[in-house]
Design a protein around this ligand. Structure first.
Ligand SMILES: *[C@@H]1O[C@H](CO)[C@@H](O)[C@H](O)[C@H]1NC(C)=O
Ligand SMILES: *[C@@H]1O[C@H](CO)[C@@H](O)[C@H](O)[C@H]1NC(C)=O
Ligand SMILES: *[C@@H]1O[C@H](CO)[C@@H](O)[C@H](O)[C@H]1NC(C)=O
Ligand SMILES: *[C@@H]1O[C@H](CO)[C@@H](O)[C@H](O)[C@H]1NC(C)=O
Ligand SMILES: *[C@@H]1O[C@H](CO)[C@@H](O)[C@H](O)[C@H]1NC(C)=O
Ligand SMILES: *[C@@H]1O[C@H](CO)[C@@H](O)[C@H](O)[C@H]1NC(C)=O
Ligand SMILES: *[C@@H]1O[C@H](CO)[C@@H](O)[C@H](O)[C@H]1NC(C)=O
Ligand SMILES: *[C@@H]1O[C@H](CO)[C@@H](O)[C@H](O)[C@H]1NC(C)=O
Ligand SMILES: *[C@@H]1O[C@H](CO)[C@@H](O)[C@H](O)[C@H]1NC(C)=O
Length: 584
């Protein structure tokens, strides 16, 4: 059993710009982007006030492809979501499969334009099915402005993890991982990035060193070589990063004898699954890398935040292979860049929490709030609807969070859900909920949500008093679904004095492995909250995404249309675990 070391921090004020303690000094902590931020791709852009930008995968979450910015490699702020209008990629609405959607965006900058190349994967289709892999390009000239991101431009590639590269003569290429059961390895083609038109044939460059699923490729030009960086071993405990190089873009590529250059496989590190990397240089010329990692320890059972973004320093001498520092929670690294200029304040700092979001009249849902697939219906989510200021009104979806089969989104109805990432090992999430269900089986509540087939929820639902009774009364109902055993579902009538009252609904971490759902009268004290269910984090430790906490409303397949009103939304970080105690 691993015992954690807890690092407690004080919450930062909402919307306040903090330069980051020790800005300009050396030393930083992983993960740099805590919570569901897998498959990072990061760049340094001197033309944009010496700013670092990172993109990460969003799968079915919408808005998708979050872009974070930093000037000191320590303070990271969400500055836009590249995928923020449903019509940029209408196909996301029917991305059947819990592991479908946006995989591995590659972010690059050239001549004033940011390019984001990625794949919308229909993960329920067969590997061989070319329609499984929808490869796309987004662009913007103003990365801080959501509206400026283009619609997806599609290009034809039977694979995923596509990444752009420009040769010395300015010709644009895309390198990607071919669907490995079909034709393994890393493939390259010349592509018109504006139109998606292929200018040649896909050519197999390298197959990696023999690990499972060579993927996540990026090409770097350095000292007369083309370096090809690749992830292998699959995104689990065997994950690793390998590299090869050639004097010719089309190869042959020679593998680094020291491969893998980055991995925590076969170690007892708390940070596991390290891989899917990208490399960049700061203004001083120091090299850095990012990768995904899972805070699970080698037992790999409880990791509700899924694959997060970590950083490490890299030594890359002229003509030599890059050498990467091993990923841990506390890193020394190179001296961090100094910056007095702040990132524009629109979005959240990654670890900032939600300090009583009030849904004030005229406000919008914050940019870090997420739906599962694009929202369906024009007024499913309404901030401060008429007669209900300082609330978020939810109109119920026909289907509950599981939906028909735990995968399917149902474009006609979707799921009424809005949440935010769990970004702290320990946290308290709570909302107030005004909801008086009128139709049998209609329900609204809070959820710890990984995917449609991995989540736990506690809702207020209208049910008969007993099997023999026709009297309907509001109940609390707990339900969970996972690939591992879940606590049994149950329902229990609301205490009489709570019926038709504004309630506080809360999800709180007991410790790093367990979550408690509780409820109480919003007017009551903390002490009067009742614990309703305890769930292990292992039930939301699966697949490619990370947990969200949020609210939902559903008719559970019935006819219910009653709206729910959410207010006083709060998420407070209460501690990060960054290492095994064996190391403390
Ligand atoms: C995509 O490319 C494959 C070969 O790589 C080809 O068989 C297929 O017809 C192409 N599809 C389209 C829509 O051009
Ligand atoms: C990659 O492996 C395939 C067989 O699976 C082989 O045909 C191909 O030549 C290999 N490519 C390279 C560049 O070694
Ligand atoms: C981890 O150990 C296994 C079994 O010995 C080996 O096959 C694998 O290559 C190792 N992985 C790394 C990254 O060292
Ligand atoms: C990372 O930084 C530390 C501290 O500056 C340094 O000792 C170490 O050699 C660096 N590691 C790599 C692989 O560059
Ligand atoms: C998605 O799954 C549902 C339910 O299994 C099915 O009815 C529907 O046809 C699928 N949609 C697509 C686009 O494959
Ligand atoms: C109500 O019916 C269900 C399903 O038939 C049964 O499992 C449950 O035990 C019954 N509850 C009571 C209180 O009789
Ligand atoms: C974490 O909390 C759960 C639920 O309260 C409890 O069963 C478990 O023993 C706790 N784990 C540790 C290590 O204290
Ligand atoms: C979720 O909805 C489906 C029908 O849409 C229903 O079969 C299932 O019982 C619901 N689950 C719960 C816990 O209500
Ligand atoms: C809930 O929000 C309202 C409106 O923003 C505010 O007046 C009230 O103080 C909040 N209540 C709590 C318990 O924070």
């Amino acid at each position: 059993m691993l015992l954690p070391v807890l690092f407690f921090f004080t919450a930062l004020g909402a919307g306040k710009v903090i330069a980051g303690p020790g800005s300009g000094s050396s030393g930083f902590q992983n993960p740099i982007l805590p919570g569901f931020h897998p498959d990072p791709s990061c760049i340094f852009v001197p033309e944009e006030d010496d700013t670092f930008f990172c993109a990460s995968s969003s799968f079915n979450a919408f808005p998708g492809i979050p872009i974070h910015a930093s000037r000191d490699l320590k303070t990271w702020r969400l500055i836009s979501n590249a995928l923020n209008r449903p019509n940029q990629l209408p196909e996301l609405a029917y991305s059947n499969g819990s592991t479908s959607g946006i995989w591995a965006p590659a972010l690059r900058y050239r001549d004033g334009t940011f390019y984001l190349v990625t794949t919308n994967v229909h993960d329920k289709y067969a590997q061989e099915d070319p329609t499984r892999w929808d490869n796309i390009i987004f662009q913007t000239d103003d990365i801080y402005d959501d509206d400026s991101w283009t619609d997806a431009v599609h290009f034809n590639f039977t694979g995923y993890d596509t990444s752009p590269f420009w040769d010395d003569d300015g010709t644009a290429y895309i390198v990607g991982s071919h669907a490995y059961r079909v034709e393994p390895g890393i493939h390259l083609n010349k592509v018109d990035l504006k139109t998606g038109e292929l200018k040649g044939e896909w050519t197999n460059l390298w197959n990696g060193t023999g690990g499972l699923a060579p993927e996540g490729p990026h090409i770097y030009r350095k000292d007369g070589y083309y370096y090809l960086l690749v992830a292998e071993g699959g995104t689990g405990l065997g994950h690793m990063e390998t590299i090869a190089r050639s004097k010719n873009l089309y190869g042959p590529y020679d593998a680094n004898p020291a491969n893998p250059i980055l991995s925590n496989a076969n170690t007892t590190e708390y940070f596991q699954t390290v891989g899917h990397a990208d490399l960049f240089q700061d203004k001083k010329g120091n090299w850095w890398g990012v990768a995904l990692s899972t805070r699970s320890g080698p037992d790999y059972i409880t990791y509700p935040m899924g694959r997060e973004t970590v950083m490490y320093n890299v030594t890359w001498e002229a003509g030599k292979w890059p050498v990467c520092e091993q990923v841990r929670g506390n890193m020394k690294g190179w001296q961090l860049p100094k910056s007095n200029k702040k990132i524009p304040e629109d979005g959240k700092l990654v670890d900032e929490g939600d300090h009583d979001i009030d849904f004030a009249p005229g406000s919008k849902l914050p940019s870090h709030f997420l739906h599962w697939r694009p929202p369906v219906g024009k007024d499913t989510y309404t901030v401060s609807s008429k007669g209900h200021p300082y609330t978020l009104r939810l109109k119920p979806s026909k289907f509950n969070l599981t939906g028909l089969d735990g995968n399917y989104g149902d474009p006609a109805g979707g799921q009424t859900f809005v949440g935010r990432r769990q970004v702290d090992t320990l946290f308290t999430y709570k909302v107030n909920l005004e909801y008086s269900p009128k139709t049998i089986e209609e329900e609204a509540g809070v959820t710890l949500f990984l995917t449609q087939n991995h989540h736990a929820r506690v809702g207020i639902v209208l049910l008969p008093m007993s099997n023999s009774s026709k009297t309907l009364t509001p109940h609390f109902r707990f339900h969970a679904i996972s690939n591992v055993p879940v606590p049994a579902s149950f329902s229990t009538p609301l205490p009489h004095s709570w019926t038709n009252k504004k309630l506080t609904m809360q999800i709180h971490t007991n410790n790093q492995t367990h979550f408690t759902f509780s409820a109480g009268l919003a007017s009551g004290s903390k002490k009067e909250m009742k614990d309703l269910a305890v769930v292990p984090g292992s039930i939301v430790s699966w697949g490619f995404t990370g947990s969200l906490v949020g609210v939902y409303a559903t008719a559970n397949g019935g006819e219910g249309k009653t709206e729910a009103y959410v207010s006083n939304w709060s998420y407070k970080g209460e501690g990060q675990v960054r290492e095994n105690c064996a190391k403390c």
